[in-house]
Ligand binder design. Structure first.
Ligand SMILES: *[C@@H]1O[C@H](CO)[C@@H](O)[C@H](O)[C@H]1NC(C)=O
Ligand SMILES: *[C@@H]1O[C@H](CO)[C@@H](O)[C@H](O)[C@H]1NC(C)=O
Ligand SMILES: *[C@@H]1O[C@H](CO)[C@@H](O)[C@H](O)[C@H]1NC(C)=O
Ligand SMILES: *[C@@H]1O[C@H](CO)[C@@H](O)[C@H](O)[C@H]1NC(C)=O
Ligand SMILES: *[C@@H]1O[C@H](CO)[C@@H](O)[C@H](O)[C@H]1NC(C)=O
Length: 220
């Protein structure tokens, strides 16, 4: 009886020890995200939007598979919100997943909250976005997860890598648009432009960013 108990304790200790070894493989990254209102001009109109560190899209998180990141979100905006790490499985770590009022209360204006993000099996490019109302229309960025050290993507290493984030631009306040729609029961108005890396491109007036995307087949 006593021996049986002992072996369980040993198994548990062994499990904890292995867990420790697995964790030691990855690196830990620290980021500060400052949420602030700033003026942006798109479609010839200027409006104030909430973004991460005053940029649209916001900063990129770059890690390797198996790493851990801590992101301290300093909310200097005027309303509460949360952030979500889209596509990151967060095993046994749901309290840092982000959906407002599901896994956490909003990060109140004037306060900060540190997210603990565990990168387990993901590899490639994902995105991060606010998970409160339509704040995600402006508070978003990229997560690049490189293969673990000494491993490669399951395809030939590309000659170059560029990140493209697709988005929508709305004239007017995005949170007001969804709140009005919810209050009336109608559909929210459709966006006024689609964006690549925050820019509507030269199909729209007053654009500063143009993209030429060609897909080329590599010749052998
Ligand atoms: C955001 O801005 C803050 C303060 O200006 C800076 O400390 C932080 O490193 C920036 N974060 C990123 C991810 O660039
Ligand atoms: C945005 O522009 C308006 C009008 O010019 C100005 O009142 C406001 O202070 C600006 N907001 C920010 C965050 O700079
Ligand atoms: C979350 O709860 C707060 C406090 O009750 C509320 O103000 C807010 O509207 C809720 N958010 C959502 C998305 O329901
Ligand atoms: C973050 O918030 C905590 C309270 O939750 C506070 O003690 C701390 O000073 C804040 N840190 C920063 C850098 O704002
Ligand atoms: C990666 O490979 C190098 C050289 O072979 C080796 O020194 C290093 O320990 C390896 N790192 C990992 C995490 O496997």
């Amino acid at each position: 009886m006593e021996f049986k108990k002992m072996s369980w304790v040993l198994a548990f200790v062994g499990f904890m020890f292995l867990g420790g070894i697995c964790k030691a493989n990855g690196h830990t990254h620290y980021y500060d995200f400052v949420l602030t209102e700033s003026n942006f001009t798109r479609l010839c109109e200027t409006k104030s939007i909430l973004t991460v560190n005053g940029t649209l899209p916001g900063p990129t998180i770059t890690v390797r598979k198996g790493d851990t990141a801590y992101v301290n979100v300093h909310n200097q905006g005027s309303y509460g919100l949360t952030l979500h790490w889209h596509g990151v499985k967060q095993p046994r770590n749901p309290w840092y997943d982000g959906p407002e009022n599901v896994t956490q209360c909003p990060i109140q204006a004037g306060s900060n909250f540190t997210y603990w993000i565990i990168f387990s099996t993901e590899e490639g490019t994902l995105w991060l976005h606010a998970h409160s109302d339509w704040t995600r229309a402006t508070v978003y960025g990229t997560i690049v997860i490189l293969p673990a050290l000494n491993t490669t993507y399951p395809f030939t290493t590309p000659d170059a890598e560029e990140t493209m984030v697709l988005g929508s631009w709305y004239k007017g306040d995005v949170n007001e648009i969804i709140e009005n729609a919810l209050a009336t029961g109608g559909d929210p108005k459709v966006s006024d432009a689609f964006t690549i890396n925050g820019e509507p491109g030269d199909l729209f007036k007053c654009s500063s960013g143009n993209y030429l995307i060609s897909l080329l087949q590599k010749t052998k």
